[in-house]
Design a protein around this ligand. Structure first.
Ligand SMILES: Nc1nc2c(ncn2[C@@H]2O[C@H](COP(=O)(O)OP(=O)(O)OP(=O)(O)O)[C@@H](O)[C@H]2O)c(=O)[nH]1
Length: 309
């Protein structure tokens, strides 16, 4: 049974990440065809600086394409993707949303953009496919420290890694890549491809659709949400945040505090730093926590203490 059937109302989301020119668009086109072949209704969100010609004859009219241009999904377009996902959910209600991020996007930021408190009942925790140009990845020390770090992080957070342009790789290079990727704390599934050709590979599309269910107990990034019943004590929140492990990557949502119980705040937490901004709307007091290997029961317990003290 697909994830969609288990969670009737939620759209599955798959993010394609990987450095510039690695083969993401090529993979996207293949994934669309695979999904359609298996009867899934697909929507695409492209976030590219260039253009993308969907061959509508090939893909049919039932694949909706939303473009987020002239900005990056993980920074200036973060709010836009929330709007696009809401619209898709209400208007088209696809089974699967494929998101191709720009080559310079960090995958955690893209997951973050899709896991807003207002989206948690509409969107599954995204699964991530990393695409790399094998040769270029091996030569990543040639790039700046930041670029090299980004290329590594894109693979580190992927559930599946497509090692593309593999014809150009020697047997030793293949092995080097394999060893490096399999040494990750959460080793991804690896596939060597040319032109992102995933034919004959068992992953897509059903597995892509259900990957979160399969991997959520042991793999990569996860999310959880929690809704407070009313205002909370800010000092206790600060204490809670101080005790959080580094594996908590992001928290965001809406809160109210005892000192000012009528005022809603948009709360964001990243890299150990909390931010509070007054929010004019009266939003549900829900937060989303994104992290690696979340100890959900423990966190829920701590949040209950905040909620009820
Ligand atoms: N030689 C070779 N070229 C490939 C392969 N896969 C993709 N390409 C070509 O590499 C170029 C980049 O591929 P894309 O699929 O556009 O890559 P992308 O990751 O979407 O690129 P950006 O949009 O720049 O981030 C295109 O000209 C592809 O035809 C491959 O396996 N071998």
């Amino acid at each position: 049974m697909s994830q969609r059937n288990e969670n009737k109302n939620k759209m599955a989301v798959t993010i394609l990440t990987g450095f510039l020119g690695s083969g993401k668009t090529t993979l996207l086109q293949r994934l669309i065809l695979k999904a359609k072949d298996s009867g899934q209704k697909v929507a695409i969100i492209m976030n590219e600086f260039g253009s993308f010609d969907v061959d509508s004859k090939l893909l049919g009219d039932d694949v909706s394409t939303q473009s987020l241009l002239n900005g990056c999904i993980c920074c200036s377009l973060k709010d836009d993707i929330e709007v696009v996902l809401h619209n898709l959910y209400h208007k088209e209600n696809p089974d699967l949303v494929l998101i191709e991020a720009t080559g310079i996007a960090h995958p955690v930021e893209v997951v973050d953009a899709c896991q807003n408190p207002t989206l948690i009942d509409k969107v599954e925790m995204p699964s991530i496919i990393g695409v790399m140009d094998g040769k270029r990845y091996l030569e990543r020390t040639r790039y700046t420290k930041q670029t090299k770090h980004l290329m590594e992080e894109q693979m580190l957070y992927s559930h599946i890694v497509v090692i593309n342009k593999s014809d150009a790789l020697s047997a030793n290079e293949r092995e080097e890549l394999e060893q490096s990727l399999l040494s990750f704390k959460h080793p991804p599934k690896l596939h060597f491809t040319n032109y992102s050709n995933i034919d004959g590979i068992e992953i897509p599309v059903n597995e892509v659709l259900s990957i979160e269910g399969k991997h959520s107990h042991h793999h990569g990034i996860q999310s959880m949400n929690y809704t407070f019943s009313g205002p909370i004590d800010m000092q206790l929140l600060i204490q809670f945040l101080r005790q959080l492990p580094d594996s908590i990557l992001r928290i965001k949502g809406f809160l109210k505090f005892d000192e000012e119980p009528e005022q809603t705040y948009l709360f964001q937490y990243a890299f150990g730093v909390p931010q509070y901004e007054p929010e004019i709307m009266n939003m549900p007091l829900t937060i989303v926590i994104i992290g690696e290997e979340l100890d959900k029961a423990h966190l829920r317990n701590k949040l209950d203490m905040l909620n009820f003290s």
